[in-house]
Each structure stands twice: as C-alpha cells, then as structure tokens.
Design a protein around this ligand. Sequence first.
Ligand SMILES: [Zn+2]
Length: 243
Amino acid sequence: MHGCVRSPVLRLIGVFVAAHLVLACAIGRPEGPAGAPQPSEPPASLAPGKQEDGTMTIDEFERDANAAVAVAERYWSARFANSGQRFVPIRRVITYEEAGEVTCGREPLPANNAAYCPDGDFIAYDVDWAVVAFRRVGDAFLFYLLGHEYAHAIQVRLGINYRYTIQQELQADCLAGAYIGDSVRGGSLTLDNGDLDEFRSGLLAVGDDPDQPWFAPGAHGSAEQRTEAFFDGYERSVNACLS
Ligand SMILES: [Zn+2]
C-alpha cells in the first residue's frame, strides 16, 4: 500500500508497465505484419481520432498499435543499418485476453499487462486492458508502451544486461523516447497538441512507489527518473541512453 492517490486511469497505467520480464505461444497480432511501411505511406499520426461520441474505435486501436510497432521496427532497422549491423525484427506481437493464456518460458503472463519475452522474441499484451487504456489515456501512451517493450528487444540484440532491473527499465524508457523523438524529427511520426502532455502524465503515473528500494528486482524507477529518462532519449536520441 502507498499513500498517494491515483486516479483509476493512472492506476491503470501503473499496472501497465509494472511487469514485463519474461514470458511463447501465439494468438495472432492485431493484424498484419509489422514490416516497414511503404515509402509512400503517410506518417503515422498520434492524432486522437475520436468518434463524435468521444470513444476511439477498435479499428483505430489496431491501426495505432500496428503503426507503433512498424515505426519502431523501421527506426531500429535504420539505426542498425547505419552502424553496419544486421537487424532482425521481433518475431511477433501477440494479444491475449486471459491471464495465463500466453506464457513466456514457463511464466504465465498476467492480465492487465504487457511484456517483451526474450524466450520466443515477442511482445505480448492484454488487448482488452490496452484498449481501455488507449481510450482513457490517449494514443501517445500506446506508442510509448510498445516502444518501451520493443526497446527491451533492442537491449537483447545489443547484449545489454544490467545488474539491476531499474537500469534496464530506465534505459528502455530512454530508448522509447529516442525512437519517438527521432521518428518525429525524421517525419515518420507526427505529434498533435497534447501528445507530449500525454507522455508526461503517463510517465508520472508509472513511477515506482517512493518506498520501493531502487535495487528491488521489480524496480522501474521513480516518476522523476522515468520522465527524465524518456525525455533524455526524446531530446538527445540514442546516445543519451547508452552512456
Ligand atoms: Zn520494461
């Protein structure tokens, strides 16, 4: 228990990035491959895209989730190519609806969560929960969430394995910031008014409980640390994350 009061929305976000360690099976991605979009494709937009009644549709959710993964893949593919390294995209994105429906290694994935699973090289997330979060928080957070999970796949490809969870997590936040910032600057992603605020409020909400020791196995960092890490990457690109 902790003393701070969080709105249901923010609590939801807190759960979002709470656990994503390990986790192999297949239920199919929202749709389509995560391959690089065609050059003629317009930039992915973080536009809210609300209907007249204010809700965002499942179609919009799927489009944004696919776009988030496609933009991340295109970004990291280019970064690796610039370094003369071969890039292998993650194998798949899996959605699930029940706790334990997907496992990573032998560990069942819980409801209300998202994870990158090194054993199987996939990202999986609870789709019902993610749709709720998408509608409540906004699409920017979906790009952050999938960017953060994709960053864990990048860490595996680069052989980065920190001693403490918090180091691994803050770097993933930073790399998520780098992919989004660079993609905006490069024109493959456009931000709308309010998107940066969505990132800020989302990151403030995913900070660890202040009483949690930084060296705890599940530690991700305080709200301040996570915000700083994300915007460090957003503003200064990947080099800010690898120092
Ligand atoms: Zn993480």
